[in-house]
Design a protein around this ligand. Structure first.
Ligand SMILES: NC(=O)c1ccc[n+]([C@@H]2O[C@H](COP(=O)([O-])OP(=O)(O)OC[C@H]3O[C@@H](n4cnc5c(N)ncnc54)[C@H](OP(=O)(O)O)[C@@H]3O)[C@@H](O)[C@H]2O)c1
Length: 284
């Protein structure tokens, strides 16, 4: 799997697994754990989760799947990049520290590789950043970042003394939602911040889209792989599609080996034109 390089040289896998809606229902717990274990067996090495998902249930699912996979000796902890997020309602300094400990416990881990503020709330950014820096210094997280931050939010973050230590912003980005290309993505590129694309197949819609189906068939893959390959065409963008079904997990993983042609890109631009003006960051 290709790595997306952070400014400090560390690499994160370009394609990861999303987990929103996993852990929601107790009766689906075994299926969800099996899906994450299957993803690890296929080769996924980055998993995105959040304290919000399933009210901690998704972190528990990820934790159980990782533990079982590590114990089987199939993967080592250092190969994995585990991403979780703190809610804005827990973004105060002491609250972040407590929320992180709860997430670590549910994930059955000693350290979270990337810890994000899920979206901006009313807590002053400097308090959250101070807590993130403390967690990093204490070895409870390796890196920190944000999510759903638009350009003005990033500007405020970068104006803080430790703001430059933000390594990633996770935002809604797919061929059908290209808003960020106008200014957020280039600004993040200039500042060494990796873009993590959430809902990269637009919650399944692009897996049924005819342009991507046609492009996919030229490359011997499905529409979903083609849509993900389009997101991954940029060296500093990570895509985190969520899937529970094994065929979906396998198909999405193929995206990492698809090289779109200039003709493919032109066809996608015609169907999904790039933005011509700034619009507010879309959120799901
Ligand atoms: N930071 C944030 O605010 C934020 C917001 C939204 C999402 N996220 C993160 O981003 C992840 C991905 O976003 P998402 O879950 O909203 O949407 P997504 O990954 O674009 O789409 C997921 C949906 O597509 C289906 N699917 C996956 N692969 C498919 C394939 N090859 N063919 C057909 N259908 C397929 C899945 O079905 P099955 O599950 O049945 O396989 C699921 O219903 C989330 O899980 C979460 O980790 C973050």
């Amino acid at each position: 799997m290709r790595l997306v390089r952070l400014a400090n040289g560390k690499g994160f896998p370009a394609l990861g697994l999303g987990t929103w809606r996993m852990g929601d229902a107790k009766r689906a717990r075994a299926t969800d754990i099996a899906a994450v274990k299957t993803a690890l067996a296929i080769g996924y090495r980055l998993i995105d989760t959040a304290e919000m998902y399933g009210d901690g249930g998704a972190e528990e699912v990820v934790g159980a799947a990782i533990q079982e996979t590590l114990q089987a000796g199939n993967v080592s902890r250092k190969e994995l990049t585990i991403v979780s997020k703190v809610l804005p309602s827990n973004a105060g300094h002491a609250d972040v520290l407590r929320a992180c400990e709860r997430s670590l416990k549910r994930l059955q881990l000693d350290v979270i590789d990337l810890y994000l503020l899920h979206w901006r709330g009313s807590v002053p950014l400097k308090d959250t950043v101070a807590a993130f820096e403390q967690l990093r210094n204490e070895g409870r997280i390796r890196h920190w970042g944000v999510s759903n931050f638009d350009s003005a939010d990033m500007q405020q973050l970068w104006s803080l003394p430790a703001g430059a230590n933000c390594v990633a912003n996770q935002v809604y980005y797919s061929a059908s939602e290209r808003n960020i290309e106008f200014d957020l993505l280039p600004r993040q590129r200039d500042n060494g911040v990796v873009t993590m694309a959430y809902s990269p197949i637009d919650q399944g819609a692009l897996a049924r889209e005819t342009t991507f189906a046609a492009i996919g068939s030229r490359h011997g893959v499905g529409a979903s792989s083609a849509a993900l390959a389009w997101v991954l065409r940029q060296p500093d963008v990570i895509a985190i599609p969520k899937a529970v079904s094994e065929p979906h997990l396998r198909e999405n993983y193929l995206a990492a080996s698809v090289q779109l042609t200039a003709d493919d890109i032109a066809q996608i631009d015609a169907q999904f034109p790039p933005p011509k003006r700034k619009r507010r960051l879309a959120m799901i």
